[in-house]
Design a protein around this ligand. Structure first.
Ligand code: PMP
Length: 354
């Protein structure tokens, strides 16, 4: 039995893999999902159901469009200012990690990124909380979960400026009030489905105000008007995402999975805090439920622990190079039994090395 704690692309439910492989062989009348036209009514139904499931699972209010895109969250870093920032304007950014930083970098072609707060000097081990967002900002951008550093935003600022959020690594892991946001985007390859698909949830009224002419493929409005079919969409990624969202719905939706995610995170953080060999790397109040970062009191034991974990079926816990140590990513599809397996290995290792 392997336990996949990889940061992304990451674990998806086994039943989704089975259904997806079946569709590769026979989606419709012996034809593979990989060979049918995206313009067939059968595939149009897949797009419609995927969009409907996103709306339903996230309780998206009217006045918002859900659009299926490509280019990853990284393309959103540029599409956001391109679509929302008037030339030479200023947008406010919260700098909470490498991904926020990459988003900030993309603004300069269009205007200025005003970094209202940053935890960079502390290697992004906490989420800054005391800051003001200037009222004349075109929008405020934040990252709800910092995949590399293991911090998560558990509250979002009340602000009169449009709120934009990169939710790539915690979307649909917890209940979010979409009505508070003007634009949410996420690369699919954590809780939504396989890589290749990006989802944006856009409040319709914020578009068309940049005063700029936008290339069609980079224009949210073009994709919305085209029903996410302006060009050939990532057919297989969308299909697998639909299967995964069906699975999430069958589990009771986001509110139910959130309870499981809280239980999983609580169990592992409790062991990190209890076990004398290990320690967490982030401010306790900002600890992510999705990416749990920890190191060892004695760094010389890190390699042996990693080897021990891998030999015993635990995959993907090596920390990102900018943090070191370990990162256990615990997305929706990771069962709590995998978390218990990791905890048990930490305990056995501690007994041997105390
Ligand atoms: N934002 C966050 C929070 C991420 O975790 C990632 C990828 N891990 C990205 C953006 C970049 O996403 P992509 O690779 O889809 O461009």
């Amino acid at each position: 039995m392997r336990h996949n704690f990889g940061a992304g692309p990451c674990i998806l439910p086994q039943e989704v893999f089975k259904q997806a492989s079946q569709a590769v062989l026979d989606f419709k009348d012996g034809l593979s999902i990989l060979e049918i036209s995206h313009r067939t009514p059968e595939f149009e139904a897949v797009v419609d159901e995927t969009v409907k499931l996103v709306k339903e699972l996230m309780n998206v209010p009217s006045g918002y469009s859900v659009v299926l895109l490509q280019g990853g969250a990284s393309l959103q870093f540029a599409m956001v200012p391109m679509n929302l920032l008037p030339q030479g304007g200023t947008a406010a950014y919260l700098e909470t990690g490498v991904w926020a930083n990459k988003a900030i970098k993309e603004v300069k072609t269009f205007g200025t990124a005003n970094i209202v707060a940053s935890s960079k000097a502390d290697n992004f081990t906490f989420v800054p909380k005391d800051y003001t967002i200037p009222e004349d900002s075109a929008y405020f951008h934040c990252t709800s979960n910092n995949t590399i550093y293991g911090t998560e935003l558990f509250s979002f600022p009340e602000t009169s400026v449009p709120l934009v959020c990169d939710m790539s690594s915690d979307i649909m892991s917890r209940v979010i009030d979409v009505s508070k946001f003007d634009l949410i985007y996420a690369g699919a390859q954590k809780n939504i489905g396989p890589a290749g698909l990006t989802i944006a949830i856009v409040k319709d009224e914020i578009l068309g105000k940049s005063g700029r002419s936008i290339p069609s493929m980079l224009d949210y409005k073009v994709h919305i008007d085209g029903g996410s079919m302006y060009n050939t969409p990532p057919v297989f990624s969308i299909y697998v995402a639909m299967l995964n969202l069906r699975w999430l719905k069958s589990k009771g939706g986001v509110a139910e999975i959130e309870k499981e995610n809280i239980a999983k995170a609580k169990a592992l953080y409790a062991e990190i805090d209890r076990n004398p060999l290990f320690k967490g790397t982030c401010a306790v109040e900002d600890r992510s439920r999705m990416n749990i970062c920890f190191v060892m009191e004695n760094p010389e034991l890190e390699k042996p622990f990693l080897k021990f974990a891998e030999e015993n079926g635990v995959e993907g816990i090596k920390g990102h190079r900018s943090v070191g140590g370990f990162r256990a990513s615990m997305y929706n599809a990771l069962p709590i039994t995998s978390v218990h397996a990791l905890i048990e290995l930490m305990q056995i290792f501690a007994e041997k090395h105390q």
